[in-house]
Design a protein around this ligand. Structure first.
Ligand SMILES: [Zn+2]
Length: 191
């Protein structure tokens, strides 16, 4: 295990945690969205600190939640933060080509996708989301537990990638879960 890489990973997680602490009481996002940072990220290329996989819920805006600006987060959003082939390919790209070392699966409370899966119905293409979540929460009636299990399920999907696993085993990448509280704005990090 490369020690420097471990330090880098810890630093990224700390930056996310500190950004969230700022967000909790902030009126505006202090993240850098200036023309200067726009240019820098084009000229030097993007080098995001973290992949954030989260829910499409409009109340869960990742750049704001972590006080992040342009070029800092590689964001993947689906209802219920479910992961299929496109999402997995996107994560492999960030980890393999952009050198991103942290993959954060950010679930949240009051998640409509988890609620739909608990109630057991969906229609049209929503069914595919419900069917992805249901096996992970089968038999569980506590909403918070179901939300946590859904986070774990997305992590499990990420770990299906051979390319990502190789980097985890080399100590170059860490995949972890977290949960965002809609009322308080606080992100609780798991593991
Ligand atoms: Zn949600």
């Amino acid at each position: 295990m490369c020690e420097k890489k471990q330090d880098d990973i810890e630093a990224v997680i700390k930056k996310l945690q500190q950004g969230n602490q700022v967000f909790v009481t902030a009126e505006k996002n202090p993240g850098d969205v200036s023309p200067k940072v726009r240019s820098k990220n084009v000229e030097a290329g993007q080098k995001p600190d973290a992949v954030v996989v989260t829910c499409s819920d409009s109340r869960v805006p990742p750049e704001h939640i972590f006080s992040a600006g342009i070029g800092e987060l590689f964001v993947i959003r689906t209802a219920g933060n479910v992961i299929g082939d496109f999402e997995l390919g996107s994560i492999e790209y960030a980890v393999g080509h952009l050198g991103t070392s942290v993959v954060l699966v950010l679930g949240h409370n009051h998640c409509g996708a988890v609620a739909a899966a608990m109630q057991g119905h969906g229609h049209g293409y929503i069914t595919s989301i419900v069917e992805e979540i249901q096996p992970a929460i089968a038999g569980e009636e506590n909403v918070a537990t179901c939300e946590n299990r859904n986070i774990d399920n997305s992590i499990k999907r990420i770990l299906q990638s051979e390319a990502i696993n190789e980097r985890i085993n080399a100590g170059e990448v860490r995949v972890l879960g977290a949960k965002y509280n809609l009322e308080s704005g606080v992100v609780e990090f798991f593991g």
